[in-house]
Design a protein around this ligand. Structure first.
Ligand SMILES: Cc1cc2nc3c(=O)[nH]c(=O)nc-3n(C[C@H](O)[C@H](O)[C@H](O)COP(=O)(O)OP(=O)(O)OC[C@H]3O[C@@H](n4cnc5c(N)ncnc54)[C@H](O)[C@@H]3O)c2cc1C
Length: 363
C-alpha cells in the first residue's frame, strides 16, 4: 500500500517520515520553486508559551509536540547524520509595553489554571529579567520566561527530513506540480504537470496554500489563506543571545533573526516601513544591535486557517484521504511525525483530533 503525500514542505515531510517509520510505503510529491513555501522562510521556533490561549486543546497538542521534539531531533540525526541545531532550554518573550505584558501574563495564567498548575512560566520585571539576560535595554519593562520553548534551524530540519525520507525508502518527487487528483475509496490517481501519473491507496493533502486547489475534489473545504511575515537577519555576531524569543533569536550560525511581522496579504515581498518597525523593536530590546549590519530580509506566507488552528480532516467523500495543515509546522513537526501517522491509519492508538476537524467552521 502506497500513501501519496502531496506537498514536500515541513508538514508533508514530517508526516511522510512518520509513516515510513511505521513501515508504510510513501511517495512525496512536491511542486515548483514558484510555489509559496512557508517551510523555507519561517522563524524556526518550537514555541509553546501563549499558544492556544483561547483554545486549550491546541495548547495541549502543541505541548505534546514540544515534548517529543528532543527525541525527534535525535532520531533525525541518527538516521541522516544531520544536526538540526535544536535547543530547548526555554524562551523569553520581551515586552516594551506594560499593558501587553500584563495581557500575555493573564493569558498564560488562564492556561495554567486550565492545566491545573501544569503550565510552567515566570513573569520577570525588568531587573530580574536583566539578571537572566543582561543585554536588554532600558525600554524593556519585563518578560516572560517559559522552559517549554525552543528553536531549531528550519532549513536544516527540512534538509534532514528530506534525507531521512529518502534513506528510509520513501520516494520524493520534486519539481512535480500536481495538476489533477482523482479519487475513489482507497484508490487515488495524481497527475503531474508532466503528464506522469502516480497511484496510491491513501493520500495526504499537505500542500500548504496549494491545498486550496484540491480540497473540493477530495471532499475537503481546505479553507487556507496566506498571511505574510517579514523577517530580518543581521551579520553573524559573537554568540550572546541564550534564549530565543518570539520575535528575536540568534541562529546557530550567529546571525540575529528579527521578525516576523503579520499582514493579511498574499504578497511575498518586503517593504521598508515594516522592516523599520521590526528593527526598531529589536534595538529597543537589545540596544547592542543598533550598529550591526543587516544582511538579508525576506517575506514568506503563512498557511492560515480561519481560526489559526491546525486542520486535521479525514475525507467524508473517499476513504483514505486526509487533509493536514497548520500555521506552526515547525513546532508541530514532532507530533506530525510521531502521532499523526496513527491517526492517518485510523489506529485505536490515534490521538483524538476531532476538535481540529473542519466541522468547527460550520457551526
Ligand atoms: C514568516 C514566518 C515565520 C514562521 N515562524 C514559525 C515558527 O517560528 N515556528 C513554527 O512552528 N512555524 C512558523 N511558521 C509557520 C511554518 O513555517 C509553517 O507552518 C510550515 O512551514 C507550513 O508547512 P507546509 O508544509 O504546510 O507548507 P509549505 O512550506 O508552504 O509547503 C507546501 C508545499 O506544497 C507544495 N505544493 C503546493 N501546491 C502543490 C501542487 N499543486 N503540487 C505539488 N506540490 C505542491 C509546495 O511546492 C510546497 O513545497 C512561520 C511561517 C512564516 C511565513
Amino acid at each position: 500500500m502506497t500513501t501519496l503525500v502531496i506537498g514536500g514542505g515541513v508538514v508533508g515531510m514530517s508526516v511522510a517520515y512518520g509513516l515510513l517509520k511505521q513501515g508504510i510505503r510513501v511517495t512525496v510529491i512536491d511542486g515548483s520553486d514558484t510555489d509559496a513555501r512557508a517551510s523555507r522562510g519561517n522563524f524556526g521556533l518550537v514555541w509553546i508559551q501563549g499558544k492556544g490561549a483561547k483554545a486549550p486543546h491546541y495548547a495541549a497538542w502543541s505541548r505534546s509536540s514540544a515534548k517529543l521534539w528532543q527525541g525527534f531531533a535525535q532520531d533525525l540525526k541518527e538516521v541522516t547524520g544531520i544536526d538540526i541545531s535544536f535547543s530547548q532550554i526555554g524562551g523569553v518573550e520581551y515586552f516594551t509595553d506594560a499593558d501587553e505584558l500584563q495581557q500575555d501574563a493573564a493569558d498564560l495564567q488562564g492556561l495554567r489554571d486550565h492545566f491545573k498548575g501544569d503550565y510552567p512560566f515566570e513573569v520577570l520585571e525588568h531587573s530580574r529579567l536583566k539578571q537572566l539576560v543582561p543585554e536588554i535595554g532600558p525600554k524593556v519593562v519585563g518578560g516572560i520566561h517559559s522552559p517549554m520553548d525552543g528553536h531549531v534551524n528550519p532549513l536544516l530540519l527540512l534538509r534532514a527530513l528530506s534525507a531521512a525520507v529518502q534513506q528510509m525508502g520513501g520516494r520524493l518527487q520534486t519539481g512535480a506540480k500536481v495538476t489533477d487528483i482523482t479519487g475513489a475509496d482507497r484508490a487515488y490517481t495524481v497527475t503531474l504537470e508532466t503528464g506522469e501519473r502516480l497511484e496510491g491507496e491513501a493520500l495526504v493533502l499537505a500542500a500548504g496554500l496549494g491545498s486550496a486547489d484540491y480540497g473540493a475534489d477530495l471532499g475537503f473545504e481546505a479553507p487556507v489563506r496566506p498571511q505574510q511575515g517579514q523577517v530580518l537577519i543581521t551579520e553573524k555576531l559573537p554568540f550572546f543571545l541564550k534564549y530565543p524569543s518570539g520575535r528575536i533569536r540568534q541562529v546557530n550560525e550567529g546571525g540575529v533573526q528579527i521578525g516576523a511581522s503579520k499582514a493579511e496579504t498574499g504578497a511575498d515581498t518586503t517593504d521598508l516601513p515594516t522592516l523599520q518597525e521590526l528593527a526598531r523593536y529589536a534595538v529597543d530590546v537589545f540596544p547592542l544591535l543598533e550598529h550591526v549590519q543587516l544582511v538579508r530580509s525576506w517575506a514568506a506566507l503563512r498557511v492560515m486557517s480561519p481560526d489559526g488552528l491546525p486542520i486535521y480532516q479525514r475525507s467524508a467523500k473517499y476513504a483514505g484521504a486526509h487533509f493536514v495543515t497548520c500555521h506552526s509546522g515547525i513546532t508541530l513537526a514532532a507530533a506530525h511525525a510521531g502521532l499523526l501517522p496513527d491517526w492517518i491509519q485510523d489506529r485505536n492508538t490515534a490521538p483524538d483530533l476531532s476538535l481540529f476537524s473542519e466541522s468547527r467552521f460550520n457551526v
